[in-house]
Ligand binder design. Structure first.
Ligand SMILES: Cc1ncc(COP(=O)(O)O)c(C=O)c1O
Length: 427
């Protein structure tokens, strides 16, 4: 007998996500203040809303049985229509037809499943995906497992630099490699990890750029809008997706994880026609439909207005937390500016903190160890960079700070501890 397990190439490539080590750290040393976990605020999770939605579903035997049955792969048509209506309401001037939009819409098990399905549908080993640098590291891990070549494009205050993107695409064209470019990925709203959004006036030009370089085939844009809805002032520009009027290039990925509850794990996407059937086929292989019960729950909270109420509460909570984080950075490290600098989020859960290049924030470095001794930790910035970054160095002197989980007191204390270490390491 040979007891060896021979893995597929994908299995071999799967690896262990870098972040699991940080999760273990948080569980094994609860005394540490974690500014690392990208979890949502624990106290505001919508227990009462979920309970009343649950009761409403279960109160009627017909609706309860429908919810407890399998649904369709594409997702509950009533929920899809409600979501299409929501999307249409976000940009009334575009006069979307919700009925038609609902047909392009697919419900997924979190938006992560949609990211996976899109990569599965489009990306072969050796294909090129262009991302912001820094970007959502879970997607980077996924792309690495698929054998993709990932090229990062630097960001500034307005998100992805379109000049650098154009340069990158032109270079790939001159090298005869444009035919390998399948996808441009943007975390367009209050990005994980930078906290910054793609500027309003870059959205239409980004779509134009993808179209212009689509000479071999369509270069799709994956508009990961996981944090859309969490703008502190409630105002957000028209989505990146809405600038693709022909609905051919941009894939719009959304989720209820950040704006309602990650435990419910329901996301959705709007897909170009050419991708929809393929992705539905692949989703059929995955699970042939996301939890019908959870879809009904989301529909219930949408219909009763509880969802909108919750989003409003969250905006106020995260605004206060973000202000606490930024104010404490100003108090404790303001005099070190601009050697030490940070983004100022207008929504979402993250601040991106940059220290001088001489300070390496890597997981195995002295700085990280000193932070642990001080009782605080963060996500090392280098996790968020692809190996290749267009026209720039892959930075290792940055940190992702998440203010989602800790209380305001813990945020203040965590940043004070971090600042003490920064002061010790700074030249
Ligand atoms: C940028 C981004 N996209 C997608 C996801 C996936 O979330 P979910 O699958 O819970 O919708 C996350 C989760 O942290 C995220 O930060």
């Amino acid at each position: 007998m040979n007891s060896q397990t021979v893995l597929s190439q994908l299995g071999k490539n799967a690896g262990t996500p870098a972040i699991s080590d940080l999760m273990r750290l948080a569980f094994s040393r609860p005394e540490l203040i974690s500014l690392a976990a990208g979890f949502v605020d624990q106290n505001s999770l919508p227990v009462a809303n979920t309970e009343s939605a649950w009761r409403a579903i279960m109160a009627d035997s017909q609706s309860a049985k429908a919810a407890l049955q399998y649904g369709t792969t594409q997702g509950d048509p009533v929920l899809r229509y409600a979501l299409a209506q929501m999307l249409a309401d976000e940009c009334p001037h575009l006069k979307y037809n919700p009925g038609a939009l609902a047909e392009q819409l697919i419900i997924t098990t979190g938006s992560q499943q949609l990211l996976y399905l899109i990569a599965e549908a489009l990306v072969d080993p050796g294909d090129i995906v262009i991302t912001e640098a820094p970007t959502y590291f879970v997607f980077l891990d996924l792309l690495a497992a698929r054998g993709a070549e990932v090229i990062g494009v630097p960001i500034d205050e307005g998100g992805m630099s379109l000049g650098a993107l154009e340069q990158c695409l032109a270079k790939l064209e001159s090298e005869g490699r444009l035919s390998r470019v399948k996808l441009i990925y943007s975390v367009s709203e209050h990005s994980n990890p930078s906290g910054l959004s793609l500027a309003d006036d870059r959205r239409a030009p980004l779509v134009q750029l993808a179209k212009r370089f689509s000479t071999h085939h369509k270069i799709h844009i994956l508009d990961d809008a996981a944090y859309r809805g969490l703008a502190f002032d409630g105002k957000e520009p028209a989505s990146l997706w809405s600038h693709d009027r022909s609905s051919e290039f941009v894939i719009h990925a959304r989720t209820f994880s950040k704006t309602f509850s990650p435990g419910i794990k329901i996301g959705y996407g709007v897909l170009p026609e050419a991708l929809l059937q393929v992705v539905l086929g692949l989703k059929g292989h995955h699970d042939f439909g996301s939890s019908n019960l959870m879809q009904r729950l989301i529909l219930q909270v949408l219909e009763t207005g509880q969802y909108n109420g919750q989003v409003e509460r969250l905006r106020a909570i995260y605004k206060e937390k973000a202000e606490t984080a930024v104010r404490t950075m100003v108090e404790t490290m303001g005099d070190l500016h601009p050697k030490v600098r940070w983004t100022i989020p207008k929504g979402g859960l993250y601040v991106w903190l940059t220290v001088p290049e001489s300070i390496k924030t890597s997981r195995n470095g002295d700085f990280f160890a000193a932070c642990l001794d001080e009782g605080v930790f963060y996500v090392p910035g280098e996790y968020c960079f692809p190996h290749e970054v267009e026209g720039a160095m892959r930075a290792s002197h940055q940190m992702r700070i998440c203010y989602g989980v800790p209380s305001k007191d813990k945020i203040r204390e965590g940043i004070r501890r971090l600042a003490r270490v920064v002061r010790r390491f700074i030249d």
